[in-house]
Design a protein around this ligand. Sequence first.
Ligand code: AP5
Ligand code: MG
Length: 193
Amino acid sequence: MLNIVIFGAPGSGKGTQSERLIKEYGLHHISTGEVLRDHIARGTELGQIADGYISKGQLIPDELMIRVLASVLDENPEKTAAGVIFDGFPRTIPQAEALSKMLEERGTELHAVVGLEVPEEELVKRMLKRGQESGRADDNLDTIVRRLKVYHEQTSPLRDFYKKEGSYHPVDGTGDMDRIFADIKTHLDNRKD
Ligand code: AP5
Ligand code: MG
């Protein structure tokens, strides 16, 4: 069993590296951003609420987001048996506390937090490029700037939170994607928990 948080700013490579982690460790991937975008595409009530926040680069309120995560976690117990990669959750201290509690209630725990560290200039470049190629709605300069501000104000304090817990593993998230993955793997395979 291996439960990991893949942590980092918007555009830091959480989704990209999650794909490699799924293959290597057979983990179940939960990207809260993808869950919300799927609801938006299907026009559900949650999707309509989420769209209002995502388009402004703001976070969905904690209470709602925590409920959404708990229901996704319980949807497929057989798929989560080997462990889960949490991508884009937690994004606030209350979400981090809720995650620990949720895992404990399900008889397990969080094993590691992998932090992808990428300079801001590079993040902006990557998201603008993806915006042009994929048309993702929040990848426009105005929303990117807001997402980064929200990250600095509300999400980056989690680095210290997890550093204090001893579970934070920083990884240089720039350059070759395979090298980044090799670094992540070294951290995960050598961790002490
Ligand atoms: P979410 O979907 O989680 O978006 P994000 O955190 O902004 O991150 P991204 O998905 O943009 O980037 P990523 O780190 O996955 O990088 P990727 O691998 O794609 O959240 C979207 C919104 O939903 C939030 O703003 C919020 O409103 C809401 N939300 C979600 N979770 C929430 C929560 N818990 N609480 C409240 N609200 C929540 O890579 C980016 C690009 O760079 C790609 O094109 C990729 O190909 C490229 N790339 C990757 N690695 C490299 C590399 N090494 N070199 C060059 N290019 C690279
Ligand atoms: Mg992503």
